[in-house]
Design a protein around this ligand. Structure first.
Ligand code: PGA
Length: 228
C-alpha cells in the first residue's frame, strides 16, 4: 500500500472539493488516498476519503488570533496534517524546532503529521543535499508517535523539474538511514501522471505528495490509476 497525498495549497472552493471527493470515491485503488485541504474546506468526511490539513498551531488553544489548533483540525475530521512544507518555511519563517512542535501537537490530538524536508537549489549546487536533509529531519521530527516524512526538494516544487532517479534514491535512503525507526517516506515535487509510476517504484519511496496535479480530477485520477 502506497500513499498518494494531494496538497491543494491555497486553492479550491466547496464545489471543487465536492467534485474531487466524489471522483476520488469512485476511483478503485489499493493505495491510500489523502487530500490535504485549506482549513475552510475541512469537515467533509462524508465522502469516505481521508482528509488532511496543511498546517497546525504549536499551541493547544488560547489567544493566537488566526491560528488553528490540532484539536480543532481533529474536530473537523482531519486525519493528517502537513507540517514544515517549504512554502511555510519560506513565507512564514518556520524553523525546524517550530515544525517539530507542530508535529508533536498533531500527534497529541490523534492526527498523523507529514513532516516535509528538502534542500534549496543553492544547497543542492553546493553539494549539501545530504547534510541538509539530515539536519532538517533530526530537528523537525517528533520525539514519539506515528508520523510520515515527505522529501520535497524545494527547487522541484511547482517547477516542472524533478531530481534524477539516483538523486531521489540517495535522498530517500538518507531519510531512511537518519530516522530512528522506519516511517513511510514520500517524494514530492512536480509529480504528474507521466512520472508518478517511475518515482513510486524507487526503493524507499512509500508514496507521493502532489501539489498542482492534485487540483483537477483530470490530472489527479490518472496518477492514482497509473500506480495501481
Ligand atoms: P507540486 O507541489 O506537485 O505542485 O510540485 C508539491 C508540493 O508542494 O507538495
Amino acid at each position: 500500500m502506497k500513499f498518494i497525498i494531494g496538497n491543494w495549497k491555497m486553492n479550491g472552493n466547496t464545489t471543487e472539493r465536492d467534485d474531487m471527493l466524489t471522483a476520488l470515491s469512485k476511483t478503485k485503488t489499493k493505495n491510500k488516498i489523502v487530500l490535504c485541504l485549506p482549513f475552510t474546506l475541512l469537515g467533509c468526511e462524508k465522502f469516505g476519503i481521508s482528509i488532511g490539513a496543511q498546517d497546525v498551531s504549536n499551541h493547544d488553544n488560547g489567544a493566537y488570533t488566526g491560528d488553528i489548533s490540532a484539536t480543532m483540525l481533529k474536530d473537523m475530521g482531519a486525519q493528517y496534517v502537513i507540517v514544515g512544507h517549504s512554502e511555510r518555511r519560506l513565507y512564514h519563517n518556520e524553523t525546524n524546532e517550530l515544525v517539530r512542535e507542530k508535529a508533536e501537537h498533531a500527534i497529541k490530538a490523534g492526527i498523523i503529521p507529514i513532516v516535509c524536508v528538502g534542500e534549496t537549489a543553492e544547497e543542492k549546487a553546493a553539494g549539501h543535499t545530504t547534510s541538509i536533509i539530515k539536519k532538517m529531519l533530526l530537528e523537525s521530527i517528533p520525539e514519539n508517535g506515528e508520523y510520515i516524512v515527505a522529501y520535497e526538494p524545494r527547487w522541484a516544487i511547482g517547477s516542472g523539474l524533478t531530481p534524477t532517479e539516483s538523486e531521489i534514491v540517495t535522498a530517500v535512503k538518507t531519510v531512511f538511514d537518519t530516522l530512528p525507526a522506519p516511517v513511510p517516506i514520500l517524494y514530492g515535487g512536480s509529480v504528474n501522471a507521466e512520472n508518478a509510476r517511475d518515482i513510486i517504484s524507487i526503493p524507499y519511496v512509500d508514496g507521493l505528495l502532489i501539489g498542482g496535479a492534485s487540483l483537477k480530477s483530470e490530472t489527479f485520477i490518472p496518477i492514482i490509476n497509473s500506480i495501481d
